[in-house]
Write a protein that binds this ligand. Structure first.
Ligand code: FAD
Length: 420
C-alpha cells in the first residue's frame, strides 16, 4: 500500500483512521474513485496495530458495543468475518463484589431483570436504577440543558453504590472522562442506544484481531479493489496543492492535527488520555471472564488478551481519563498495575514483561456543551470527518465512522449538483 502523492481521483481523503476509511468505503461503494493519504505506516489512526521490539500490540485496548450500527454494517460490507469480534451479553463484573448481567429475556426485560438481580447494591438502589431508566425513557433520553454526568446522577439519587459500580464506570468507559466533567447529553445518547436500544444493542463486542485488521485494512483492500488508492507514509503537508489536484477533499485527521493542514480548520479543545498497560505472564492463562473490572484501583478494566486474541499469557490493563497515574514513570506504572492485578487475582503466573502505551490525546474532552464542528468547513470543497465532530455521540469508533459516512454523503450530494 506504500505510495506517494499522485493525483487523479476526484476525491482525496487525508487520514486513514476509522473516519477516513469509512468515508473511503462509502464513496468507493458508490463508484467514486478516492485516494487516501495517511501519514503513518499503518491504517487505523488512534485504533491501530503497533509493532515494537518484535511484539505486536494494539495502541490501546478497544471495546465496541452492539449499538455501533454503522461500524458493524461497514465491517460486514468490506468482508470482515463475524468471528473478528467476540459478542457477549452486557456484563459488568468486578473481580470482587458488584456483578450485573443482562439476562436472556425479550426486549428491555433482560436488562431490567439483570438490574434487579445485580450483586452488590441494596434492593432500594436497584429499584432506584430502574426508576432512573424509566424517567430517562420518558424524556426520550434528552435534556433541555446539558450538565455533568455527576450532577445528573446526583439529581436522580444514583450516586451511591450503583453509581460507583455501574453508571460512573460506564461513563468513563464510553466518554473517556470523569463523571464530574462529562457531558450528560452525550452519556444519555449512549444509554439510549445501548441499554434502551433494540435487541443486542448493549452487547459487548471484544476484538479478536488487531485494530487495523478489524476494519481499516479490509476497508483499504475494498477501496483498492474498486480502483482507489491508499497511500501510507504519505503525510499531506500542503492542503492547497492537494485541492488543486482533487475537486473534493475530506479532512479526516485527529482534531489536534487540523491546524497543520490549514489555520482555517484549526479546532481548539482539551484532550483526555487513555493508558493501556500490557502485562506479560510466563504461562498461558484464563481469567474468569474476558473483561473484568477492578475496584478502588488505578486500573479500571482488565482484558484477557490470551483468551481473546490468542496472545499467550497477555493481559491488557486499561486506565481511561486523567488521573495521578500520568505522573508515574512507565516501569513504575506497570509494576503498580501488576500489583493491583495480583491482589485481585492471586493465582496468576509470574510476570515476565510489560509494555505501556500512553495515548495522551486519546479523545477530545467530552464536556457539557462542548463544540462539535459540522461536516462542511469554511474552505470550498473541503469536508471534515473525525470522532470529535459528531453532533451527539462521544468521541468513539462509531462517532468516527458516522462522521466519515456524513462527509461521504456531503461529497456525493455536491458532486450530483456540480455543473457538468
Ligand atoms: C487508547 C485508546 C482507547 C480507545 N478505546 C476506545 C473504545 O474502547 N471504544 C471506542 O469506540 N473508541 C475508543 N477510542 C476512541 C477511538 O479510537 C477514536 O474515536 C477513533 O479511532 C478516532 O478515529 P478518527 O478516524 O476520527 O481519527 P484518527 O484515528 O486520529 O485518524 C486520523 C488519521 O489521520 C492521520 N493524519 C494526521 N495528519 C495527517 C496528514 N497531514 N496527512 C496524512 N494523514 C494524517 C493520522 O496519522 C491518523 O491515522 C480509544 C482511543 C484510544 C486512543
Amino acid at each position: 500500500m506504500a505510495g506517494h502523492l499522485t493525483g487523479g481521483a476526484p476525491v482525496a481523503i487525508v487520514g486513514a483512521g476509522y473516519a477516513g476509511m469509512a468515508a473511503a468505503v462509502a464513496l468507493a461503494e458508490r463508484g467514486v474513485a478516492v485516494e487516501v493519504f495517511e501519514a503513518g505506516p499503518v491504517t487505523g489512526g488512534r485504533a491501530r496495530a503497533v509493532h515494537t521490539r518484535g511484539n505486536a500490540y494494539d495502541n490501546g485496548q478497544h471495546l465496541l458495543v452492539g449499538a455501533y450500527r454503522e461500524l458493524l454494517g461497514l465491517m460486514r460490507r468490506v468482508g470482515v468475518a463475524e468471528d473478528a469480534l467476540l459478542r457477549i451479553p452486557l456484563e459488568i463484573r468486578y473481580t470482587r463484589g458488584f456483578a450485573l448481567r443482562e439476562l436472556p429475556l425479550p426486549g428491555p426485560l433482560g436488562l431490567l431483570a439483570g438490574l434487579l438481580l445485580a450483586r452488590g447494591p441494596r434492593l432500594g438502589e436497584r429499584l432506584g436504577a430502574l426508576r432512573f431508566l424509566r424517567a430517562l425513557r420518558a424524556q426520550d433520553f434528552r435534556l433541555s440543558a446539558d450538565c455533568s454526568v455527576a450532577a445528573l446522577l446526583a439529581g436522580y439519587g444514583q450516586d451511591g453504590t450503583i453509581g460507583r459500580y455501574l453508571w460512573c464506570p460506564l461513563c468513563v468507559a464510553a466518554l473517556n472522562i470523569a463523571p464530574e466533567r462529562a457531558s450528560a447529553r452525550a452519556f444519555l445518547a449512549v444509554l439510549r442506544d445501548t441499554l434502551a436500544g433494540p435487541p443486542g444493542a448493549s452487547d459487548l463486542l471484544l476484538p479478536r484481531v488487531d485494530l487495523s485488521r478489524l476494519f481499516p485494512e479490509p476497508a483499504a483492500a475494498y477501496v483498492q479493489a474498486r480502483g482507489g488508492g491508499v497511500h501510507l507514509r504519505s503525510p499531506v503537508r500542503d492542503l492547497d496543492a492537494l485541492r488543486a489536484r482533487h475537486a473534493r477533499v475530506i479532512v479526516a485527521v485527529g482534531p489536534h492535527q487540523l491546524n497543520t493542514l490549514s489555520p482555517a480548520l484549526a479546532f481548539e479543545s482539551s484532550y483526555e488520555p487513555i493508558v493501556t498497560v500490557y502485562l506479560q505472564f510466563s504461562e498461558r492463562l484464563r481469567l474468569a471472564r474476558p473483561m473484568l473490572g477492578l475496584d478502588g484501583a488505578l486500573v479500571q478494566w482488565v482484558f484477557d488478551r490470551d483468551a481473546l486474541c490468542d496472545e499467550p499469557g497477555r493481559i491488557a490493563c486499561v486506565i481511561s481519563a486523567r488521573g495521578p497515574h500520568l505522573a508515574l514513570a512507565h516501569d513504575v506504572l506497570a509494576a503498580r498495575c501488576a500489583e493491583e492485578l495480583r491482589a485481585a487475582l492471586p493465582a496468576l503466573p509470574p510476570l515476565v514483561g510489560a509494555q505501556v502505551i500512553a495515548e495522551k490525546r486519546a479523545t477530545v474532552a467530552c464536556t457539557p456543551g462542548a463544540l462539535r464542528p459540522g461536516t462542511r468547513t469554511v474552505l470550498d470543497g473541503v469536508y471534515r470527518a473525525g470522532d470529535y465532530s459528531d453532533p451527539e455521540y462521544p468521541p468513539t469508533l462509531e462517532a468516527a465512522v458516522r462522521s466519515g459516512l456524513r462527509a461521504a454523503q456531503a461529497v456525493l450530494d455536491d458532486l450530483a449538483h456540480a455543473p457538468a
